[in-house]
Design a protein around this ligand. Structure first.
Ligand SMILES: [Zn+2]
Ligand SMILES: [Zn+2]
Length: 404
C-alpha cells in the first residue's frame, strides 16, 4: 500500500551524493541484478554467498564465510584504533514465482527476491567498496554482516551465537530496508520501536464428526473454531491497553470434507504482532485461556502450538538521531524524513538490537513514474535502483560520523 500523503514524484539531488559513490552506480545495479537472477531461500544462499565472497575478494576485503551456514562477515579496519560499527544486510529471497518480465528476472523457479534483499546486499557491497578505499578517512573498524534467512527461520540469532558481534566487539549496528511504501528517497525512522514482535501459533480443535442434518449427535469443530476466531479479537479490543498497538490475525483455517458433514477437526494458524516488549508471554497465555474455555464449553479438545519468532525492532535514540541527521543531509528536505514511523511487520534485525544499540530504518524505493509501486512480497515487486546510491551514501555517512 502506498501512503497517499507522501506519494509524489521523487526528486533526488545528486549533488548530495559524493562523486566516488555516484561512480559506483553501474556496479551497484550490476550486482543487484546478478543477485536478482539467482535468488535463494534462507540458509540455502550458497551461490549468493559465493558471489558476495568473490566481490569482497576482488576488492581485497578480508572476510569470513560459512557463519551460520551461509552468512558472511567482512571486516574493514582503519589504521587508527576507534569504535566498531556493524552494518547488516539480509541476503535471502522468498518462495514466490516472479511475474516480472525483466532481462534479469529470477532464473530459479518459484524463488524470487521479492522483498528487496538483493538491493540490501548490493548496498552493503557498495558501502564495503567505498569504505575499503577510504579506510584511512575514519578510525576504528566497520564490520559488514551479510545475514542469511531473514524471511524465515531467522539468521540473525545464530550469527550472534557464532560470535559476529565479538572480536572486535561491536559498539553499534545499523541496517536498512528498501521500502516501496515510500517514494524514492524518503526515509522512515523511529528513535524507539520501529517494527513489531512476531509470534505465531497453530491450533488444532478436536470435536466429534457426524451427519450435517443431525448436529446434536456431534461436537462441531467448525462452530468451536468460529467462536475462537471471534473471541481472539477481544484480546486486542478488550484486554490490551489500546495505546499498545496489537494485531492478532488468523490467516489459515482448514476444516471439513463435505457440505453435509460435521467436521470432527479444525485447524487454524495465525500471527500476533505488538511493539511493547513487556507484553512478551501475555498473548500465549491469553490465547490458551480463551481456547481452553471455549473448547470446554462445547465439549471439544485442542492442541495449541505457540512460538516466539522475532522480538520488536527497537532503535537506540542516539544512533537513530545520528542516522536521521545523515539522512537529512542526503535527502535534503525534512518532508523526506518520516520520523516516528512504525510498521507491524517484523524483522530479525531485532536480535542484533537486543544485544547492542543501533538503528534500523526504511529507505523509500517506489517510483510511480516508472511503475515501480508493487508492495514487498508481490510477484511483480521491483524498486527504483537509484535507492542503491542513496543507501550507500547514508551508510557511509553514518560510518564516517560514528567512527571519527
Ligand atoms: Zn520480506
Ligand atoms: Zn525484507
Amino acid at each position: 500500500m502506498i501512503l497517499p500523503e507522501i506519494l509524489s514524484t521523487p526528486s533526488i539531488d545528486f549533488s548530495k551524493i559524493r562523486p566516488d559513490i555516484l561512480l559506483l552506480q553501474s556496479k551497484l545495479v550490476q550486482w543487484r541484478r546478478q543477485l536478482h537472477i539467482q535468488p535463494e531461500l534462507g540458509f540455502h544462499e550458497q551461490v549468493t554467498g559465493m558471489f558476495i565472497s568473490q566481490i569482497l575478494t576482488t576488492i581485497g576485503i578480508p572476510h569470513k564465510t560459512g557463519i551460520s551456514k551461509t552468512g558472511i562477515v567482512a571486516t574493514i579496519a582503519s589504521s587508527q584504533p576507534g569504535p566498531v560499527l556493524a552494518i547488516r544486510a539480509d541476503i535471502d529471497a522468498l518462495p514466490i514465482q516472479e511475474e516480472n518480465e525483466l532481462p534479469y528476472r529470477s532464473q530459479n523457479d518459484g524463488i524470487m527476491h521479492a522483498c528487496g534483499h538483493d538491493g540490501h546486499t548490493a548496498i552493503a557491497l557498495g558501502t564495503a567498496y567505498y569504505l575499503w578505499h577510504h579506510r584511512h578517512d575514519f578510525k576504528g573498524t566497520i564490520k559488514i554482516i551479510f545475514q542469511p534467512a531473514e524471511e524465515s527461520p531467522g539468521g540473525a540469532k545464530p550469527m550472534i551465537n557464532e560470535g559476529v558481534l565479538k572480536s572486535p566487539d561491536v559498539d553499534a549496528i545499523i541496517g536498512l530496508h528498501l521500502w516501496n511504501n515510500f517514494p524514492l528517497g524518503t526515509v522512515g525512522i523511529s528513535s524507539g520501536p520501529l517494527m513489531a514482535a512476531v509470534e505465531c501459533f497453530h491450533l488444532d480443535i478436536f470435536g466429534k464428526g457426524g451427519h450435517g442434518a443431525m448436529p446434536y449427535q456431534t461436537v462441531d469443530s467448525v462452530i468451536v473454531g468460529a467462536q475462537i476466531i471471534n473471541a481472539l479479537q477481544t484480546i486486542v479490543s478488550r484486554n490490551v491497553n489500546p495505546l499498545n498497538s496489537t494485531v492478532i490475525t488468523v490467516g489459515e483455517l482448514h476444516a471439513g470434507t463435505g457440505l453435509n458433514l460435521i467436521a470432527d477437526k479444525a485447524r487454524m494458524s495465525g500471527t500476533v504482532r505488538y511493539f511493547n516488549p513487556n507484553l512478551k508471554g501475555y498473548f500465549n497465555q491469553r490465547i490458551e485461556e480463551i481456547v481452553s474455555g471455549i473448547c470446554q464449553t462445547f465439549g471439544a479438545t485442542y492442541e495449541l502450538d505457540y512460538w516466539w519468532l522475532y522480538p520488536p525492532v527497537i532503535n537506540d535514540k542516539k544512533i537513530a538521531d545520528l542516522v536521521c541527521s545523515v539522512a537529512m543531509d542526503v535527502v535534503k528536505t525534512s518532508d523526506r524524513i518520516v520520523s516516528s514511523y512504525q510498521t507491524m511487520v517484523g524483522e530479525d534485525m531485532s536480535f542484533f538490537l537486543e544485544e547492542i544499540p543501533g538503528c534500523y530504518f526504511l529507505l523509500g524505493s517506489a517510483n510511480q513514474d516508472k511503475g515501480l509501486t508493487n508492495p514487498h512480497h508481490h510477484p511483480r515487486f521491483n524498486f527504483d535502483e537509484t535507492a542503491l546510491l542513496i543507501g550507500v551514501e547514508i551508510f557511509v555517512g553514518v560510518a564516517e560520523k560514528f567512527c571519527q
